[in-house]
Design a protein around this ligand. Structure first.
Ligand code: MN
Length: 258
């Protein structure tokens, strides 16, 4: 397969390098278009006001493609529209340093690269590793490459991205692979308040992912329990039940309004 590989941790991130190697090893053709600098938590942002500069990645980097001075969603749009010789058969984002679970998906650049691909009608997967510290991605990359190999048989609707989280435990301790719904896990509200060398106050986002969702079918509990989790996600935000309920109240929404 021709795979577009991107991420939000930037082109120098070890998770991207490890996944690139694993995908090449599995016999895929890998085209990298990844952010020049870290873009974690930029969500689905795109760059409109500034130019987007690109830098070819040479063989010394072990990567084939471009570093892009933009967001993860920029990378996907630009790669598919301008940089790639032909459209990719699959867009793969990751492997992110840190899990992407629960409501954190809305902030995630990693997941947004995959959902941007879905908006373009392209098959897509996002991979994240449940550690902010451990930088050995070899085992996770191996699992990710196996799941990429399975993708054509899983064949989800391309409007869906598969959001995969990988546990930070030894291969022998991984309990299995579980399909999971998005949990309600979210970053706790916490800021460090400090002063800079000129005595000006600044704040630093310091929340950790908290979960009150104990559901045995939910992404974060299953991930922390040692399972690889797969969540099919989409960007249709319409709440169908509310659409129907509000539909019974259309007499309040007459035009012209009283
Ligand atoms: Mn990241």
């Amino acid at each position: 397969m021709l795979i577009l590989l991107t991420n939000d941790d930037g082109v120098y991130a070890p998770g991207l390098r490890a996944l690139n190697q694993a995908l090449l090893h599995a016999g895929h053709e890998v085209f990298v278009a990844a952010p020049e600098t870290e873009q974690s938590a930029v969500g689905h942002a795109i760059t409109l006001v500034d130019p987007i500069r690109v830098r070819p990645l040479g063989p010394p980097a072990g990567l084939s493609g471009y570093a892009v001075d933009g967001t993860p969603a920029d990378c996907v749009k630009l790669a598919v529209s301008e940089l790639m010789p032909r459209p990719p058969e699959l867009v793969v984002s990751g492997i992110n340093q840190g899990a992407n679970v629960g409501f954190n998906l809305f902030y995630s650049g990693t997941v947004s690269a995959a959902t941007e691909a879905a908006l373009m009608g392209l098959a897509s997967l996002a991979f994240s590793y449940n550690s902010h510290r451990d930088q050995d991605f070899s085992q996770s990359a191996h699992i990710a490459a196996r799941l990429v190999g399975l993708y054509p048989r899983l064949a989800p609707d391309p409007v869906v991205s598969l959001n995969v989280n990988l546990p930070a435990v030894d291969l022998a301790k991984i309990k299995g692979i579980r399909l999971a719904r998005q949990s309600t896990a979210r970053l706790g509200e916490k800021f460090l308040r400090r002063t800079d060398p000129r005595d000006r106050v600044y704040y630093w986002q310091a929340g950790e992912t908290q979960s009150t969702d104990g559901g045995s079918d939910a992404d974060y509990p299953l991930l922390n329990d040692g399972y690889v989790t797969i969540t099919p996600v989409r960007h249709d935000l319409t709440h169908e039940d509310e659409l129907r309920r509000l539909g019974t109240l259309t007499s309040l929404l007459n035009w012209p309004m009283d």
